[in-house]
Design a protein around this ligand. Sequence first.
Ligand code: ZN
Length: 217
Amino acid sequence: MPAQFAPSRLTQNAVSSFNQSGTKSADSLAFAPLSRKSESVDTKELLRQAMAFNESLAKAEQRWLGQLKVVSQLPTTSPAAKNAGISSDYGTRIDPFTHTLVYHQGIDFSVGHGSPIMATGDGVVSKVDVDRNNGQYLEIEYASGFTTRYAHVSSFSVRTGETVKRGQVIAAVRNTGRSTGTHLHYEIRYQGVSINPLQALTQSSQQLASANPAKPR
Ligand SMILES: [Zn+2]
């Protein structure tokens, strides 16, 4: 039957009532009000549908929050302040000390003495240390399998084992270690393998960086 000729629920109710009594005309019954029983059934059905919809929304929200958490555990923002330039790129370069060809496993941000350094994702500080090459440095581990290293710094704002959030100030730049000038050396590794940090940087990092003043501990 075409949809435009389908009887309404009201009409169906009226016809049903007519057949039971056998005494009233179909025309007059077509406008009879719904019985209390029908209203009750409809209300229950609407409630059931509303609850099912709410349940569906709650599940979608849980999935979304889960995905947000995964994204927050990726080191995708900049560790340096807004407008910080890159003074040395990732890859093969001439070592400024030995003048031989070496592989630079990070990028260098040209930032002034005391500039704040920010965590680039939600993670845990796995190392705060010092050596001849990196000077004072720290590393952060992420549940996603990434690690990041921030070298030639000082004035650490965090300790080993501390949980950090993306954009949180973790240290300040200082010319420590094997360095020809004040800069931040930044590395990213995925499951121990070095990758180019420029591939992970996003525009939003620049905004985050300028919003977090240094609070050295
Ligand atoms: Zn470097």
